[in-house]
Write a protein that binds this ligand. Structure first.
Ligand SMILES: NC(=O)c1ccc[n+]([C@@H]2O[C@H](COP(=O)([O-])OP(=O)(O)OC[C@H]3O[C@@H](n4cnc5c(N)ncnc54)[C@H](OP(=O)(O)O)[C@@H]3O)[C@@H](O)[C@H]2O)c1
Length: 266
């Protein structure tokens, strides 16, 4: 068995699909779910080697992990991905919609193709994945058992409410994610499926400090907690929302931003 991190809620037995698990946040989210005892399907698109390395790491720590592939910009791929995860995990209790792209383009320069690409991956795929996952989670005995814990969490962004420059498509898609979760929560509550969003602030990654020194410095100066987030901070929040302790929480957005959203803009 995986060496459980007892500071985390116990998710033993949960079968969880995490999209974009090869990226910075996705790796941290996958590690925290595995440390909480969940069986995870780590999804990748192009980074197969990273996915296999992560699976190996999680298994070596005693966890249960499988790699699953899909290009989520392709319509219809979501249903196949959910089916693959169900096959590999033996069912599905939770879905973290984390995969996303974050290109920069100002309003004056943005092309329709760039706009569409962001919406296809960051929002369209989430709709399709949630639809497919809910169909699986809503069938069988679990759907009739009020104590069973089934959920979907989208990784949005604080840009859903506080947009950054050159991110009009991204911020609009993230705002859409927050509203999609609320609407889905409304519909899926009947089957006991909870839907929430986690909205990260600036999350650290290798190279960020040198690539964007002024942005990092400004973030640290303004965030009440005085630091950037880590992928594990986001993983911890997703684990929290997946836990039985969150069983009455649905349709909510949880900012995980070191307090940035409460800072005054003047
Ligand atoms: N980093 C931050 O500070 C921050 C802040 C707020 C919100 N977020 C959100 O957090 C999520 C993860 O961000 P990140 O910084 O970890 O990004 P990242 O390192 O660039 O990773 C992106 C992940 O998404 C996958 N992906 C991209 N396009 C895909 C597609 N068409 N089909 C399937 N998978 C695709 C990538 O897969 P492959 O590598 O295998 O191609 C990768 O696993 C995103 O939704 C992002 O908007 C990030």
């Amino acid at each position: 068995m995986v060496k459980r991190d007892t500071s985390l809620p116990d998710l033993s037995g949960q079968r969880v699909l995490i999209t974009g698990a090869t990226g910075g946040l996705g790796q941290g989210i996958s590690r925290r779910f595995a440390a909480a005892g969940a069986r995870v399907a780590v999804h990748y698109r192009s980074s197969k080697a990273a996915a296999l390395t992560l699976v190996e790491e999680l298994r070596e720590a005693g966890g249960e992990a499988e790699a699953v592939h899909a290009d989520l910009s392709v319509p219809g791929s979501a249903e196949k991905l959910v089916a693959l995860a169900v096959k590999k995990l033996g069912g599905l209790d939770g879905l973290v919609n984390n995969a996303g792209i974050q290109p920069l383009a100002t309003l004056s320069e943005m092309t329709r193709a760039e706009w569409d690409a962001v919406f296809a991956t960051n929002l369209g795929a989430v709709f399709e994945l949630s639809q497919a996952a809910a169909a699986v989670m809503g069938e069988g005995d679990a759907a009739r058992d009020p104590s069973s814990n089934r959920w979907i969490t989208h990784v949005a962004s604080i840009e859903a409410s506080r947009p950054a420059a050159a991110h009009g498509h991204y911020a609009a898609a993230k705002a859409g994610l927050v509203m999609h979760a609320r609407a889905a929560a409304l519909e899926l509550g009947e089957w006991g499926i909870r839907v929430n969003t986690v909205s990260p602030g600036l999350i650290d990654r290798p190279g960020l400090e040198t690539e964007w020194a002024e942005g990092v410095e400004s973030w640290r100066a303004h965030a009440p907690l005085g630091r950037m987030g880590t992928p594990e901070d986001i993983g911890n929040a997703c684990v929290l929302l997946a836990s039985a302790g969150a069983s009455f929480i649905t349709g909510q957005d949880l900012p995980v931003d070191g307090g940035m959203l409460v800072t005054p803009g003047w």
